[in-house]
Design a binder for this molecule. Structure first.
Ligand SMILES: CC(C)(COP(=O)(O)OP(=O)(O)OC[C@H]1O[C@@H](n2cnc3c(N)ncnc32)[C@H](O)[C@@H]1OP(=O)(O)O)[C@@H](O)C(=O)NCCC(=O)NCCS
Length: 156
């Protein structure tokens, strides 16, 4: 799978917003925005994260298309990764290729990630990139409006 990562441009945000609005993807990701249809909240969130130099945010490009985004950020002193791919492009190896590329740019180890226990696609992406399950937890997930169990993954 040939993809490229580039800096996020403002014109990418409507594509990311459309991805966030997808009910199936939103359920799968679980730990998402309170209201996936709130553009104001979405765009102010993106303005904030793009302004923080500690964050790495990349747009995933395949061919000429914006197909998703991938990020690395600090959460309570630990560096995590997360990603989101447009449902039209799922199961083509895009998230795996994007994460492999990101791991060349973000060299902090250990590196962490979280996935809802039933998010089998994301779990598989993490395992293909060398992450292993090192913990579990649960929290309220807006994408499901329910307490949801998750795994903590670590790349050493
Ligand atoms: C999770 C997500 C990023 C995966 O993106 P993707 O580009 O489809 O991922 P890839 O194609 O690189 O790999 C997906 C793997 O999961 C597997 N998979 C997908 N759905 C599956 C399922 N229901 N059961 C078992 N395996 C599954 C695929 O077969 C593939 O594994 P393989 O290469 O061994 O065949 C994408 O589904 C997404 O954006 N979901 C919504 C947002 C989200 O959940 N983000 C992660 C938050 S933790």
């Amino acid at each position: 799978m040939s993809i490229a990562l580039r800096e996020v441009e403002m014109q990418d945000l409507p594509v990311f917003f459309r991805c966030q609005q997808d009910p199936q993807a939103n359920y799968m990701a679980a730990f998402t925005a309170e209201d996936p249809n709130d553009w104001e909240a979405f765009s102010s969130h993106w303005r904030r994260i793009l302004a923080d130099p500690e964050n790495v945010n990349k747009t995933i490009i395949q061919g000429q298309s914006v197909v998703g985004h991938i990020a690395s950020f600090e959460m309570e002193g630990e560096r995590e990764v997360s990603y989101w791919v447009d449902r039209a492009f799922w199961n083509r190896g895009i998230a795996t290729a994007a994460l492999k590329e990101l791991l060349l740019l973000v060299t902090t180890r250990p590196l962490y990630a979280r996935a809802a226990k039933d998010n089998l696609g994301s779990r598989r992406v993490l395992e293909k990139c060398g992450f292993v399950v090192t913990g579990e937890g649960s929290g309220y997930a807006h994408g499901r409006k329910a307490e949801t169990e998750e795994y903590l993954f670590t790349l050493r």
